[in-house]
Design a binder for this molecule. Structure first.
Ligand code: AMP
Length: 630
C-alpha cells in the first residue's frame, strides 16, 4: 500500500504524471493536450486544451448508474422544510434553471451573482451557471448592501438571483429588500433580477421590467433540456470574494478542469466519500466550503449531499447528530466554532444518536484548539480530522489523508501537506526554510496545484502582488499564516501572520495564548488581541467565554477566575504569554463564517473605531466587549 509520504513525494517530483492520472477521475469531452502550462509564473494552467463541464460531471455523468439515488437532501429547521431530489430530478431542475437563465439573456462567460439563503434553488442556480458556462459569484447572505454593491461593481453581472427572504433563528431575513438597496448603490447593476419567493416577505417590492419571478418563469420552461457548454479547462467557473478584507473586495477566480479534478480526487483521498454514501457539510453556499463540499465535491463523487438551513442548536443541540443517524451520513464537515457552541451544551446530545455510519468528522476554517479537538473526538467516539485551507486554495492544503494512508492524528494539528502542494515553512525575514519546531510562514512553492485560485478576477497584477511578494527574493505563495512542524512532520497553525503580537520584543501568536487560555476547564473559547502598551509595545488581552456564567457572577468570582486563567497560561505557555487582563463575556464577536473579529476587539480595547462590521454575526457581542472594558 502507498504511504502518504511516497504519495506526496510523487505528486511533487512527478507532478505532471501524477495529475494526468488523477484527471482520469472526471469526464473530458475533449482530452487535454498538456497537463501543465507554467510558462508565465506564477500563473499555472492545468489540463490545457481539455474540454469539460462541472455540471456534466456532477449530474449527467451519474444518470445511468444512480439516476434514482438521492443527490440533494434539503433540510430546514428554520421553516421546517425537507425535500429530496434524486440525480434525475436535480438534473431536470438544473436544466430548467439553465433554460430560465438563457431566456434572461445570460451567455457563456457572463457573471451571475447569487445572493440566496440555503435553499435548493441556490444549488440549481449554481449548477445551471456551470452548465451553460456562466460564471457564478455567490455572495454570502450576511453581507450588507454596500458590500454587495462593491461585489456587483467588480463582477458586473448580467443577472442576479435572490429570494424574498431567508430565516435565522426563526426570524426572517429580507434578501430581496437588501438586493434592492445594493442596486441603488451599484454603478453596474444587472439587467435582470430573478427572485424565488418563499413567502417570507409579504411586502416584497417589485421593480417592473427588471424583477422576474422564479416560479412564473420556471412554469414556462417545464421539461427544458439545455446542453452542457464544453469549456476549456482554464475558463473561469466562478468568482468568490474573500471575506474580512477591507477596501476593494478580492475576487478569487477559479478554473473548470483543475477544480473538478482536485475536488474529485480529494473526495476519495481525503474525505473517503464513496458513491452512494451521504455527505453533510454544515457550511453555507456563500463560503468556499459550501462551493467545494456542499455542491461540487459530493456530487462529483456520486454521493448524496445534505444542504442544511438552520443552526446547530435548534430545536436542540442534537439536531445535526440526528441527521447523521437518519441519513446514514458517512462524511461530515463542519467548523470548530460550531463545535465550541456545542461544547456549551450537554454532551448527551452528541451521544444520543447512532453515529456508526460516520467515518470521520472534518473540521476547518479556523484553528482547532487541542482541548476542543479532544472534547469532540471523545464525545463523538469518531475520528475528528482537522484540516486547513483557504478560499484561495479551494480544497485542503494541510490534512490527514485517510484515503491514502491512515496516519495517526495529533490533537490540534491538521497533519501534513496535501499532495500537489509543495509546502514550505519559511523564516519571515530571511525567507529560508525553518527547522522542525521553529515557527515559519506557511508558503507554497508554485505552481499552485489544480483547484487553487488562478488569479484575482480582472486583476492579474493584484494576484501576484497580494500573494507572491511576501518574500523579496523568491516567488512563493504566502498563506499569511504562521505554522510550525514537529519532528514527526505534523503541522500546527499558529494564526495569521497579520495577527501577530509583539510583547517586549518577543513575537507571540495570539492563537498560542488562546490555546493556553482554553486549557482552563472553565473556558469554552476565547479571543486574544494585542493591545498597545507603552512599556512592552503590546500586551495580550483575553476575552473569554465561560462555560458556566455562575463562575463570573460576582466581582470576587471574576477576579478568582482571571487569576486562574493567568496561571493556566503561565503553565501552558510561560509568563510571557500571560494576558494583561482576562475579560469574561458570554459570546465573541464573529463573522457569520465563524471568524473572530479580533481587529474590532483590538480597536475597542485601544479606544479606536471598530471598523467595518457588516459581517458581524451578533452586534450584541461587541457591546459585551465594550461593557467588559469599562
Ligand atoms: P477563509 O479563506 O476565510 O476560509 O480563511 C482561511 C484562513 O482561515 C486561513 O488562512 C487560516 O488563517 C484559517 N484556517 C482555515 N482552516 C484552518 C485550520 N484548520 N486551522 C487553523 N486555521 C485555519
Amino acid at each position: 500500500m502507498t504511504t502518504y509520504r511516497e504519495f506526496h513525494r510523487r505528486s511533487i517530483e512527478q507532478r505532471e504524471a501524477f495529475w494526468a492520472e488523477e484527471a482520469q477521475r472526471i469526464h473530458w469531452h475533449k482530452p487535454f493536450a498538456r497537463v501543465l502550462d507554467y510558462a508565465r509564473p506564477p500563473f499555472a494552467k492545468w489540463f490545457v486544451g481539455g474540454e469539460t463541464n462541472l455540471c456534466h460531471n456532477a449530474l449527467d455523468r451519474h444518470l445511468d448508474a444512480r439516476g434514482e439515488q438521492a443527490a440533494l437532501v434539503w433540510i430546514s429547521t428554520e421553516v421546517d422544510g425537507r425535500q429530496t431530489f434524486t440525480y434525475r430530478q436535480l438534473h431536470a431542475e438544473v436544466n430548467r434553471a439553465a433554460a430560465m437563465m438563457r431566456s434572461l439573456g445570460v451567455k457563456r462567460g457572463d457573471r451571475v451573482i447569487i445572493y440566496m439563503p440555503m435553499i435548493p434553488e441556490a444549488c440549481f442556480a449554481i449548477l445551471a451557471c456551470a452548465r451553460i458556462g456562466a460564471i457564478h459569484s455567490v455572495v454570502f447572505g450576511g453581507f450588507a448592501a454596500a458590500s454587495l454593491a462593491a461585489r456587483i461593481d467588480d463582477a458586473k453581472p448580467s443577472l442576479m438571483i435572490t429570494a424574498d427572504g431567508g430565516s435565522r433563528m426563526g426570524k426572517p431575513v429580507l434578501y430581496k429588500a437588501l438586493v434592492d438597496e445594493s442596486l441603488k448603490l451599484a454603478q453596474h447593476p444587472p439587467r435582470k433580477v430573478l427572485i424565488f419567493r418563499r413567502g417570507l416577505d409579504a411586502n416584497m417590492p417589485v421593480v417592473a421590467g427588471r424583477d422576474v419571478d422564479w416560479k412564473e418563469l420556471a412554469a414556462q420552461h417545464q421539461g427544458a433540456s439545455v446542453p452542457c457548454a464544453w469549456l476549456e479547462s482554464n475558463e473561469p467557473s466562478y468568482i468568490l470574494y474573500t471575506s474580512g478584507t477591507t477596501g476593494k473586495p478580492k475576487g478569487v477566480q477559479r478554473d473548470v478542469g483543475g477544480y473538478a479534478v482536485a475536488l474529485a480526487s480529494s473526495m476519495d483521498r481525503i474525505f473517503c466519500g464513496l458513491p452512494g454514501e451521504t455527505m453533510f457539510t454544515t457550511s453555507d453556499i456563500g463560503w468556499v466550503v459550501g462551493h467545494s463540499y456542499i455542491i461540487y465535491g459530493p456530487l462529483l463523487a456520486g454521493m448524496t449531499t445534505i444542504m442544511y438551513e438552520g443552526v446547530p442548536v435548534r430545536p436542540d443541540a442534537g439536531v445535526w447528530w440526528k441527521i447523521v443517524q437518519d441519513y446514514k451520513v458517512s462524511v461530515m464537515f463542519s467548523a470548530p466554532t460550531a463545535v465550541r457552541v456545542l461544547k456549551k451544551h450537554d454532551v448527551a446530545f452528541l451521544r444520543k444518536y447512532d453515529l456508526s455510519t460516520l467515518k470521520h468528522l472534518f473540521l476547518a476554517g479556523e484553528p482547532l484548539d487541542e482541548p476542543t479537538h479532544r472534547w469532540v473526538s471523545d464525545s463523538l467516539g469518531r475520528p475528528v480530522i482537522d484540516h486547513y485551507w483557504q478560499t484561495e486554495t479551494g480544497w485542503p492544503l494541510l490534512s490527514a489523508h485517510p484515503g491514502v494512508e491512515k496516519t495517526p492524528l495529533k490533537m490540534g494539528s491538521p497533519s501534513f501537506p496535501v499532495y500537489g502542494y509543495d509546502v514550505r515553512l519559511l523564516h519571515e525575514s530571511t525567507g529560508k526554510p525553518v527547522a522542525d519546531g521553529e515557527k515559519g510562514v506557511v508558503t507554497i512553492a508554485p505552481p499552485l496545484p489544480p483547484g487553487c485560485m488562478t488569479t484575482v478576477w480582472g486583476d492579474d497584477e493584484r494576484f501576484v502582488k497580494t500573494y507572491f511578494t511576501d518574500f523579496k527574493d523568491q516567488l512563493v505563495y504566502s498563506t499569511f499564516d504562521w505554522g510550525i512542524r514537529d519532528r514527526d512532520g505534523y503541522y500546527f497553525i499558529l494564526g495569521r501572520t497579520d495577527d501577530v503580537i509583539n510583547v517586549a520584543g518577543h513575537r507571540l501568536g495570539t492563537r498560542e495564548i488562546e490555546e493556553a487560555v482554553n486549557m482552563h476547564p472553565g473556558i469554552a473559547e476565547c479571543a486574544v488581541v494585542g493591545v498597545a502598551d507603552q512599556l512592552k509595545g503590546q500586551l495580550p488581552m483575553a476575552f473569554a467565554v465561560v462555560k458556566d456564567p455562575a463562575a463570573v457572577a460576582s466581582k470576587e468570582a471574576r477576579m478568582k477566575l482571571e487569576g486562574e486563567v493567568m496561571q493556566t497560561v503561565d503553565k501552558q505557555l510561560g509568563a510571557i504569554g500571560r494576558p494583561g487582563r482576562v475579560f469574561f463575556v458570554t459570546l465573541l464577536p464573529k463573522t457569520r463564517s465563524g471568524k473572530v473579529l479580533r481587529r474590532s476587539i483590538q480597536a475597542l480595547a485601544e479606544k479606536r473605531d471598530p471598523g467595518d462590521l457588516t459581517t458581524i454575526e451578533d452586534p450584541g457581542a461587541l457591546e459585551q466587549i465594550r461593557e467588559a472594558l469599562k
